[in-house]
Design a protein around this ligand. Structure first.
Ligand SMILES: [Cu+2]
Length: 102
């Protein structure tokens, strides 16, 4: 949880307005914003590479808590988690690029 909060704080500081005068902190413009999230897995579809996650608020990207379906590119991580399990995940755009037990 602590590392997720730190990551969120770092990402929040890298807002476009802030980044203009601090270019060394700015992510490349074409790269989707990445964020760390925490949530509870509701369902897993390894074959389709999707998971429904009831995630906690993600202030770095202005997302409230919600239950939603994510595309998951981390197939090995997806195969290792089960419905009902609390997880941490890394989001790039709306794709989960890493998922692991909390
Ligand atoms: Cu959401």
């Amino acid at each position: 949880m602590k590392s997720a909060l730190i990551a969120a704080a770092i990402l929040a500081a890298a807002s476009p307005a802030f980044a203009q005068s601090h270019d060394h902190h700015a992510a490349p413009a074409a790269k989707p914003a990445a964020a760390e999230g925490v949530g509870v897995v509701r369902s897993v579809d390894v074959k389709a590479g999707k998971a429904v996650i009831a995630h906690e608020p993600m202030p770095a990207i202005n997302w409230p808590a919600m239950t939603m379906s994510f595309k998951v590119s981390d197939k090995a991580g997806l195969a290792a988690v089960k419905p009902g399990q609390k997880v941490r995940f890394t989001l790039s755009g709306q794709t989960v690029t890493a998922i692991r037990p909390y």
